[in-house]
Design a protein around this ligand. Structure first.
Ligand SMILES: C[S@@+](CC[C@H](N)C(=O)[O-])C[C@H]1O[C@@H](n2cnc3c(N)ncnc32)[C@H](O)[C@@H]1O
Length: 192
């Protein structure tokens, strides 16, 4: 069985951002619909719930069946899905702390699924971003982690407006959280 990703620096950075952002977003809309792709240990589902998102509005998925079973046992709606394959509906917030490491033959097979993306490290992020915009509602935002260890992503080219909202320099890498909004939503606001 594959390992469940245990919260690490990237998870704690995402937690900090959620704790800052959720109260602001919930004040504007108490019925926020929240989706996490790749829920792992469920750490962010707990934060979303503890910071005021209604349980029935918290949705999640993972490609790792052990994570799905674990998050279900915590009482959260979590389904097996490769990115958006089995996801339905539109959301106000979609978060993803993706696997972003470039392939390394020394990495054990049991942890590869949860940490490694491909040759460049940004392959899963690119696939996620191509699909994610179809699951955002009109004011929807994405919180996404990237690392200096993987190839940079051109958000503009993928039709997102991107803002760095929190970064952390670690010994061997720099992690950042991006707030992404679908560009056409911004444009339509000003061309109405
Ligand atoms: C870096 S871990 C993050 C786990 C947790 N969200 C956290 O922040 O601690 C990445 C998670 O994404 C899941 N994952 C990897 N590829 C995926 C895919 N294609 N679709 C859905 N989940 C995926 C992994 O199984 C893992 O649980």
């Amino acid at each position: 069985m594959d390992e469940i990703y245990q919260p690490a620096e990237d998870s704690y950075l995402m937690s900090r951002i959620l704790k800052e952002q959720l109260p602001i977003l919930l004040e504007k809309n108490p019925n926020l619909k929240f989706l996490e792709i790749g829920a792992g240990s469920g750490i962010h589902l707990e934060t979303a719930f503890n910071y005021g998102i209604k349980k029935e509005n918290i949705f999640s998925s993972d490609i790792n069946k052990a994570s799905v079973t674990h998050c279900n046992s915590l009482g959260f709606n979590c389904i097996f899905s490769d990115l958006f394959e089995n996801i339905k509906g539109k959301y106000n917030i979609i978060i993803f702390n993706p696997p972003y490491l470039p392939e390394d033959s020394r990495e054990p097979k049991s942890s590869r699924l949860i940490t490694t993306a491909g040759k460049k490290g940004n392959e899963i992020i690119l696939k996620f971003l191509k699909e994610a915009k179809n699951y955002l509602n009109s004011n929807g935002k994405i919180f996404l982690i990237t690392s200096s260890l993987s190839k940079e992503v051109n958000f503009e080219k993928l039709n997102y407006s991107a803002k760095e909202i929190g970064c952390e320099k670690l010994f061997f890498e720099r992690l950042c959280i991006w707030e992404l909004v679908r560009k056409t939503f911004l444009t339509s606001k000003f061309t109405r």
